[in-house]
Design a protein around this ligand. Structure first.
Ligand SMILES: [Zn+2]
Length: 213
């Protein structure tokens, strides 16, 4: 039997009454487990297998195939309820960026949800996503040309930030860099930050999860 701290990233109905749960664990990487009978009203697992909460789990690893979840205990939420829509979309993004076999998902999602919880409201989603991308190693600087490192006259080019000598696109104001840090309430800056994140995801052949979708 193994045990660890975990964050739920996906829950898929399996057979009549079970779930297959995908979890990031602190020390065992991303794992998928069968939660037998967990959809039954009386299951002790029911009510504990929720995203955005710190979980403590015990499981029997599978000799062949999936392991089996033996116990799960739900602890505190990682962000306030008002941020759950952002938190769920960030969790969905983490599930894409850290597929099975990766080790860093837990730390990355924990940090992203923490960033999201602290950020100014309109920039909470982009700030959380930016933290995820940084941890995944697919984000470059938030305030410099990705090609030459210049820090002035930045634009949002097709493949990331560029200075006006290295690329073309809509101008990238300082407020957009602050949006990625969760420090602005300017809607226009948040929109630009989201466009940059969408292009980063597109470069990985991924689509940015929609907020509340
Ligand atoms: Zn440049």
């Amino acid at each position: 039997m193994l045990e660890d701290e975990a964050l739920l990233v996906r829950r898929v109905a399996w057979r009549e009454s079970s779930w297959v749960v995908h979890l990031f664990t602190r020390a065992h990487g991303r794992i998928a487990l069968v939660a037998k009978g967990a959809r039954r009203l009386k299951s002790p697992l029911r009510g504990h297998l929720e995203p955005l909460h710190r979980l403590h789990i015990r499981w029997r690893p599978g000799r062949i195939g999936m392991g089996v979840l033996a116990a799960a205990e739900r602890h505190e939420a990682l962000l306030p309820e008002a941020r759950w829509p952002e938190g769920l979309a960030i969790t969905a993004a983490a599930a894409m960026l850290f597929p099975e076999g990766t080790e860093e998902g837990f730390a990355a999602l924990e940090a992203a949800l923490f960033t999201c919880a602290k950020a100014q409201a309109p920039s909470a989603y982009v700030a959380g996503l930016w933290t995820l991308c940084s941890k995944a190693g697919i984000a470059a600087a938030a305030d410099a040309c990705w090609r030459c490192g210049a820090r002035h006259d930045l634009v949002l080019a097709e493949h990331g930030l560029a200075c006006t000598r290295c690329g073309t696109g809509p101008s990238w104001p300082e407020a957009a860099s602050r949006a990625l840090a969760g420090q602005t309430a300017e809607a226009k800056a948040v929109e630009l930050a989201l466009a940059l994140l969408a292009s980063i995801f597109a470069a990985q052949n991924l689509r940015l999860p929609k907020l509340g979708g």
